[in-house]
Design a protein around this ligand. Structure first.
Ligand code: NDP
Ligand code: GDP
Length: 354
């Protein structure tokens, strides 16, 4: 039987890289949309490519193919869908940073909102039977009281959240209007050693590693009172895959069900390495946002009931996993509890390179 084909937008991002590994481990032929950049932007998938950034994998048993394109370029998106003819499209590409979306609201709308329409239209016009996953976000809940589930009203509080909400509704409209298989995964924050360096969790774990490596003394942050439901990215990409294997398309909230403040993240992280927060953390107004999302906490009951998905990695586990990886990268002593958690909680670890 022919292997299933998947197209991933955002394959060079945190989730795209884990998802590519998951799908390859399940025998898929994987295609990814990448942007042309003047520097290598494939560092998160280089270990799969087995190369230093060249386009073709060296190992011919790995069916991973990269295509240049951009979410602002409908023509090329149409070409890729037409030529690849994927069975499943995982649309993860986006201008994904909330703080940055206040600086570039129009660009964020073009890529994060209209980019979704370009893909949905390309699928519709192809006439092919393609299953579509939309990377929706808990940021869409914004100002709504936690816990948030599939029935909670959306109160977006940033240009990013507005753009994601537009995409969420477009996916639903294509499902209802054209009978397309289009599912929204409303994922709460999820992190990993591959998380973008300017998101708060990774900024803290990298900052601590730099302090221990004597490369920095202070870590500058913004609002420490905001609360998030933080989970572990490799588990969340499994939920994406499960959504596209379900009998019918639907919308699912994915999260741990726990919420913690940035202050609590700092407490866990600094105590894990025996440093004092007050000696190293400083507040800088530039990291505050014009409108903030105060508290997010998922109610993931539906995902557990309908998909059989449940988070295994807790908040405390996540802090240790991320710190172990960043300490190792900085060449400083690694306590190793994070490595043990991965070994204990994942019988078969299908992702590599962390
Ligand atoms: P990342 O920021 O790590 O990855 C974003 C990806 O989108 C990168 O591959 C990036 O390419 C690509 N991209 C950005 N702009 C364009 C463009 N104009 N054309 C083509 N590709 C583009 O995000 P994550 O992996 O963390 O998240 C995946 C998706 O899930 C995103 O849509 C995000 O908004 C959403 N999401 C994430 C959550 C989280 O907590 N991580 C929570 C809920 C939703 P490049 O590498 O070249 O920059
Ligand atoms: P978000 O939930 O998608 O916006 O993920 P982030 O990791 O960017 O931010 C999570 C929370 O951390 C938000 O409430 C931010 O205001 C807060 N935060 C505090 N300091 C910082 C910082 O220095 N950088 C970032 N990115 N967020 C910060």
């Amino acid at each position: 039987m022919e292997p299933k084909k998947a197209l991933i937008t955002g394959i060079t991002g945190q989730d795209g890289s884990y998802l590519a590994e998951l799908l390859l481990s399940r025998g898929y032929e994987v295609h990814g949309l990448i942007r042309r950049a003047s520097t290598f932007n494939t560092s998160r998938i280089d270990h799969i490519l087995g190369s230093d950034g060249y386009v073709e994998p060296h190992d011919s048993s790995i069916k991973l193919y990269l295509h240049y394109g951009d979410l602002s370029d409908a023509e090329q998106i149409n070409n890729i869908i037409y030529n690849v003819k994927p069975d499943e499209v995982y649309h993860l590409g986006a201008q994904s940073h909330v703080r940055v979306s206040f600086d570039i609201p129009e660009y964020t709308g073009n890529v994060t909102a209209l980019g979704t329409t370009r893909i949905l239209e390309a699928i519709r016009r192809s006439g092919l039977d393609i299953r579509f996953y939309q990377a929706s976000s808990s940021e869409m809940f914004g100002g709504a009281e936690p816990p948030q589930d599939e029935e909670t009203c959306f109160v977006p509080r940033s240009p990013y959240a507005c753009a994601k909400l537009y995409s969420y509704w477009m996916a639903k409209n294509y499902r209802e209007g054209y009978d397309m298989f289009a599912s929204n995964g409303i994922l709460f924050n999820h992190e990993s050693p591959r998380r973008g360096e300017t998101f708060v969790t990774r900024k803290i774990t990298r900052g601590i590693a730099a302090i221990l490596a004597k490369k920095a003394k202070y870590l500058y942050l913004g609002n420490l009172d905001a609360k998030r439901d933080w989970g572990f990215s490799p588990e969340y990409v499994e939920a994406m895959w499960m959504m596209l294997q379900a009998e019918k398309s639907d919308d699912f909230v994915i999260g741990t069900g726990e919420t913690h403040s940035i202050n609590e993240f700092l407490d866990e992280a600094f105590s894990y390495v025996g440093l004092n927060i007050d000696d190293h953390v400083r507040i800088d107004q530039k990291y505050f946002r014009p409108t903030e999302v105060d508290a997010l906490r998922a109610d993931p009951t539906k995902a557990e009931k309908d998909l059989g998905w449940k988070a295994k990695v807790t908040f405390k586990d996540l802090v240790k996993i991320m710190l172990d990886a960043d300490l190792r990268a900085a060449g400083v002593e690694v306590p190793g509890e994070g490595d043990e958690i991965i070994q204990k909680k994942f019988e078969t670890k299908w992702w590599k390179g962390d």
